[in-house]
Design a protein around this ligand. Structure first.
Ligand code: SF4
Ligand code: SF4
Ligand code: FES
Length: 653
C-alpha cells in the first residue's frame, strides 16, 4: 500500500529552501517538500508504494558531505534542506544523461511514440539533454520480450527503478517480477527469467501503469493505436465485470469508434488498481459481433427454435465453425444480413460437431434470421407483443429479468415498468443465483442485505476470514487488498474445499469437505465461547437469542467438527483463537458459501460469528459477501427482486 509517514507521535520542524516547514515525525523530506508545494523530481519513487531510493534523482542538500535521497530520508528537527542548487541540478542532469545513453532513440521509444509520457525523456527535456549529442557511449541491447499478449517488454528502455517490482509485489501481491543478471546484464525478470507470457504473470498491467519509461507498455488491442491521452476522449466509467466495481478511465478513439486503452482511476473502493479483466478486457466494445442497431426476427424464421446447428445438435461430423467464431471471419458492418437464411451453405461456415452448447454460436448462421430495424419500429413491436400477452393471459404471463450490470436508474425503471405496466412482481436478476441466501440471512441477522464494510477496511483488521471464494480469479482487486493486508500483519484465514491461489496467501488454510460449513463454524463458535473470547457487552446490547446459539454450538466441540468437516481439531482451535483474540475481524465470503442448499444457514453462521465477538460496526470488522456483478447491490436496492420494492419495502405488505 501507499506508505506515507509511519503513524506519527508528533511533528518535526525543518527548513526547506529557506521556508520553515512542519511535518509529521517520520515523514520523508520529499513528502514534506511536496506538502509545502516544493517540487523535487523523482524517478524510482511512486507514492503508491514504499520508497526504495535506488535512482538518486531526488537528491537534496542537507548540509552533509553527500547529497541525500529525499524520497527515503526522514525529516529531522532543525534540518536545513536545499532542493534546488546548481550542484543538485548538475547531479540530476548527469544522472539523466547516463540513464538516457542506454535508452532507445526518442523516435523509437515504445512509450514516447504511444502515450508520450516517458518520465525520463521529460527529465531530459527539463535539463536540455539530447542523447544523440551525448559523449556517453550507448550500450549494446538487452533485448525485448513480446511473449505476453497485451504487454510489451523492452529491456533496453528499463532503468531498473523497481517500480514494476513493487507494483507487482506491494500493490497486487502477485510477486512475479524481480531482477536477474549482473552488472550491465541486470534486467527485470519474470519468475525464473521466464518469458513474460510463459511466467505466472496474470497480466493485471499494474507494472505497465507504474513504469516511468518505455520498458513496459501496453500492446494495441485489435490494432487500435495507443496515442497520447490528450488526443483521445477520456471516459470515466466502472469496470463492467465483478462486484469489486473498480473505477477506470477508458481512452476512446472516436475516429476508430473504439477504446484504445484503460487506466485505473482513484476511488476509495479500488484505489486505482485494475485486474486483467478491467485493464484489457474491453475489446468486446469494438467487436464486429457487437449489435449496434435493433434486429427483428424475420417472419420466415418463425416458429421460434434454436437457430444454430450447434445448439440444435444436428451438425454433421467434421464440419467446423471455429472460423465463424473468429471475429476476422465475421461480417463487420452488416451483421451477416446478406446471407440467405434458407441456404445452409450461406448460413454456416462449418462447425465442430458435438461442441457443448453455451459458447458463441455461429454468428453467420444465426443473424440471417434477423433484419435491421429502427428503434421506433423495434420498441413498437416489443410494446405491442407484451401488451397482447398481458391482455390475453394476464399479469402472471409476464416476467422481467433485469441485469446487475445496469445502473440504478435502469434497474429502477425496469422494475417499475414490469410492476406498474404489467401489474406483476415477476421481476428478478442474478442475485437470485449468487447471494439471495446471504441477503436473506443478512436481513434476518443485521437488518440490511448490504455489505457492512469495504474491501479496503481489511487493512484495519487483525484477522480476516475469506471463505467460499476463489478471490484471486473472481475478485482479483479485492484479493490484492487481502494480500496487502497480510503483508501489513493481518492474519488471513482461508476456508474452502479447493486449495486455489488464495490458500498460498493465507496464514491458516482449512480445506473443509464440501457442504460442511455449518459444522465448521459451529466448531469455531464452540471454541470461541469456551475460551471466553466473546464480546459480552456487544452480545448483551446488540444481539438476541445468544443462549440458544450457545446451546447449539455446545454440541460441536472441535473433535466432532473435525469428524464432519475433515479439518483437524487443532486447526479449528487455532482459527477460533486467532479470530477471538483479534482486535477486529472481518469476513469475506463468496458463492462457495451462498450457493448451497444450506446457503442461508452458512451465512447465518458467519453473521453469528461476527456478532458474538462484536465484529460489526467498527473499523476493520464486518460482513462482506463478495458480489458477483458490479451493481448487484444497486439492482437489489432498486427493487429488482420479486419480494421487495425499491428501498427494501416489502412487496407483500
Ligand atoms: S521495467 Fe520500468 S518500472 Fe520496471 S524497473 Fe524497468 S523502468 Fe522501472
Ligand atoms: S477486480 Fe473486478 S471490477 Fe476490478 S478490474 Fe477486475 S474484474 Fe473489474
Ligand atoms: S526518486 Fe528518490 S532515489 Fe529515486
Amino acid at each position: 500500500m501507499a506508505i506515507t509517514a509511519p503513524e506519527s507521535t508528533g511533528t518535526v520542524t525543518l527548513t526547506i529552501d529557506g521556508r520553515e516547514v512542519t511535518a509529521p515525525e517520520g515523514a520523508t523530506i520529499w513528502e514534506a517538500a511536496k506538502a509545502a508545494g516544493i517540487d523535487i523530481p523523482v524517478l524510482c519513487h511512486d507514492e503508491r508504494f514504499d520508497p526504495v531510493g535506488v535512482c538518486r534523482m531526488c537528491v537534496v542538500d542537507v548540509g552533509a558531505p553527500a547529497f541525500a535521497a529525499s524520497c527515503v530520508r526522514a525529516c529531522e528537527n532543525g534540518m536545513e534542506v536545499k532542493t534546488d542548487t546548481p550542484e543538485l541540478s548538475s547531479s540530476r542532469a548527469m544522472l539523466t544523461e547516463l540513464l538516457l545513453s542506454d535508452q532507445p532513440p526518442r523516435e523509437r521509444d515504445p512509450k514516447q511514440t504511444t502515450t508520450a509520457d516517458n518520465e525520463l525523456l521529460d527529465l531530459a527535456d527539463r535539463f536540455g539533454l539530447d542523447a544523440a549529442r551525448s559523449d556517453i557511449p550507448a550500450a549494446s541491447g538487452r533485448g525485448a520480450d513480446l511473449s505476453n499478449p497485451v504487454i510489451a517488454v523492452d529491456h533496453d528502455a528499463c532503468i531498473l527503478c523497481d517500480r514494476c517490482v513493487r507494483a507487482c509485489d506491494d500493490l497486487q501481491g502477485n510477486d512475479v517480477i524481480g531482477r536477474s543478471g549482473k552488472g550491465y546484464d541486470t534486467h527485470i525478470a519474470f519468475d525464473l527469467s521466464d518469458p513474460m507470457g510463459a511466467s505466472s504473470c496474470v497480466s493485471c498491467g499494474e507494472c505497465v501503469a507504474s513504469c516511468p519509461t518505455g520498458a513496459l507498455t501496453n500492446k494495441p488491442i485489435h490494432n487500435i493505436a495507443i496515442r497520447p491521452r490528450t488526443e483521445l476522449e477520456a471516459v470515466d466509467s466502472v469496470c463492467p465485470y465483478c462486484g469489486v466495481g473498480c473505477a477506470l478511465t477508458y481512452y476512446v478513439d472516436r475516429e476508430k469508434g473504439a477504446i484504445a486503452y484503460a487506466d485505473g482511476r482513484e476511488q476509495p473502493g479500488s484505489h486505482g488498481l485494475l485486474c486483467v479483466k478491467g485493464r484489457y478486457g474491453w475489446d468486446y466494445a469494438a467487436s464486429a459481433q457487437r449489435l449496434t442497431v435493433p434486429l427483428i426476427r424475420r417472419e420466415e424464421s418463425y416458429p421460434k427454435g434454436a437457430l444454430s446447428a450447434d445448439v440444435r445438435g444436428d451438425m454433421a461430423r467434421g464440419e467446423s465453425n471455429n472460423e465463424s467464431n473468429n471475429q476476422s471471419s465475421t461480417p463487420s458492418n452488416d451483421h451477416g444480413m446478406n446471407a440467405d437464411p434458407k441456404d445452409p451453405k450461406s448460413k454456416r461456415k462449418g462447425g465442430k460437431r458435438g461442441r457443448k452448447p453455451g459458447g458463441l454460436v455461429d454468428y453467420t448462421e444465426v443473424l440471417p434470421h434477423f433484419r435491421e430495424a429502427t428503434w421506433e419500429e423495434a420498441l413498437d413491436l416489443v410494446a405491442s407483443k407484451l401488451t397482447a400477452i398481458y391482455e390475453e393471459n394476464g399479469p402472471a404471463a409476464i416476467a422481467g429479468f433485469g441485469s446487475a450490470k445496469c445502473s440504478n436508474e435502469e434497474a429502477y425503471l425496469f422494475q417499475k415498468l414490469i410492476r406498474t405496466g404489467f401489474h406483476t412482481n415477476n421481476v428478478d436478476h442474478c442475485t437470485r443465483l449468487c447471494h439471495a441466501s446471504s441477503v436473506a440471512a443478512l436481513f434476518e441477522g443485521i437488518g440490511s442485505g448490504a455489505v457492512s464494510t469495504t474491501y479496503g477496511d481489511i487493512k484495519n483488521a487483525g484477522v480476516a476470514i475469506v471463505t467460499g471464494s476463489n478471490s484471486t480469479a473472481n475478485h482479483p482487486v479485492a484479493s490484492s487488498f487481502f494480500k496487502q493486508a497480510r503483508r501489513n500483519g493481518t492474519t488471513i484465514i482461508y476456508i474452502d474445499p479447493r486449495a486455489d491461489k488464495m490458500a498460498d496467501h493465507a496464514d491458516i488454510y482449512c480445506q473443509l469437505k464440501p457442504g460442511t460449513d455449518v459444522a465448521f463454524y459451529n466448531g469455531i463458535m464452540h471454541e470461541v465461547i469456551r475460551l471466553g473470547l466473546t464480546d459480552e457487552a456487544y452480545i448483551r446490547t446488540r444481539t438476541s437469542n445468544y443462549e440458544a446459539l450457545k446451546q447449539t454450538v455446545a454440541e460441536y466441540p472441535p473433535e466432532r467438527a473435525e469428524q464432519i468437516t475433515g479439518v483437524p481439531a487443532d486447526t479449528i482451535r487455532r482459527v477460533a483463537k486467532a479470530w477471538g483474540e483479534a482486535k477486529a475481524g472481518i469476513i469475506f465470503w463468496g458463492m462457495g458459501i451462498s450457493q448451497h442448499t444450506t446457503g442461508t444457514d452458512n451465512a447465518r453462521c458467519l453473521i453469528a460469528l461476527c456478532s458474538i465477538t462484536g465484529n460489526v460496526g467498527k473499523p476493520g470488522a464486518g460482513l462482506h459477501p463478495l458480489r458477483g456483478q458490479n451493481n448487484v447491490q444497486g439492482a437489489s436496492d432498486m427493487g429488482l427482486i420479486p419480494m421487495l420494492y425499491p428501498d427494501y419495502q416489502k412487496a407483500d405488505d
